[in-house]
Design a protein around this ligand. Sequence first.
Ligand code: MG
Ligand code: MG
Length: 261
Amino acid sequence: MIYLKTDEEIELMRVANRLVGATLAEVAKNIAVGVTSLQLDKIAEEFIRDHGAIPLFKGYNGFPNALCISINENVVHGIPGAYQLKEGDVVSVDCGAKINGYCGDSAYTFEVGEVAPEVKKLLQTTKEALYVGISNAVEGKRVGDIGNAIQTYCESRGYGVVRELVGHGIGKDMHEAPEVPNYGKKGYGPLLKSGMCIAIEPMINRGTKNVKFEKDKWTVRTADRKPSAHFEHTVAIRPGKADILSTFDLIDQVINRRDAL
Ligand code: MG
Ligand code: MG
C-alpha cells in the first residue's frame, strides 16, 4: 500500500526533514579529529529532543542510538561508539526524526580533514548520483527510472552500487512502500504519483558492490573493505520536478565556513 500525502501532510514532512537537516549540520560542526562517533550521536539526540522531536532510529528493531554512523568501509547502519575520528576518514551519518507524527530521514557523508582524492571523488559522485536520481523522481515516471539513473551514473564511473539496501517510502512510518532501489530498469516498478513521499539514498562503493554484515548484526561493510559513501534526501513526488523536503543547505554552510578558514 502506497500512501499519497496531502499538501498539509507534505508540509509536516518538510518540518521533520528540515529538523533532520539542522541536526546533521550540528553534527557537521562537531566533526573533527579525535571526536568519537558516540559524542556525535549524543549531540544529535540532544538536538532532536530539544526541538520536541523523537530520534527515529533509537529502538528501531533494537538499534541502540539516534544516528547510524558508518566510517570508511562501513556502508550503513554503523553503531556509534568509542572510535575516534582520524584525518582522512569519511563518515556517513544517517539521521531520522519524528515530529507531529511525521518522519524525516536524510544522510550525508563527511570528510575528516584531508581525504585522499579518489575518496573525495567517491563522495562527490555519490552526492551527484542522489540528485540524478531525484531528477527522475517525478510524476508519471517509475521507481525503476530512479534506480536506473543512479546505477548508470555510478557504474559508468567504475563504482559499485549496493544491492542489499534500498531507499523507501516514508510518512507516518519511517519505512513505507514502495522500496526504492539504487539500481533497476527504466520503465519498471511502481508508478510515481504526486503526493508520494520517498527517501532516495544511494550507497556507493569505491570497489565491489558486495557487502558483508558484521557480527554486531547491524553494521554493513564493503566486502573488499574499500570506502563507501551514502547520501539521502526525502522527497515528495510532484509533476515536473520533485520537492526535496530534507536539506543539505545548513550542512554546506558549515562545511563552506570551515573551508574558508
Ligand atoms: Mg536514512
Ligand atoms: Mg532511509
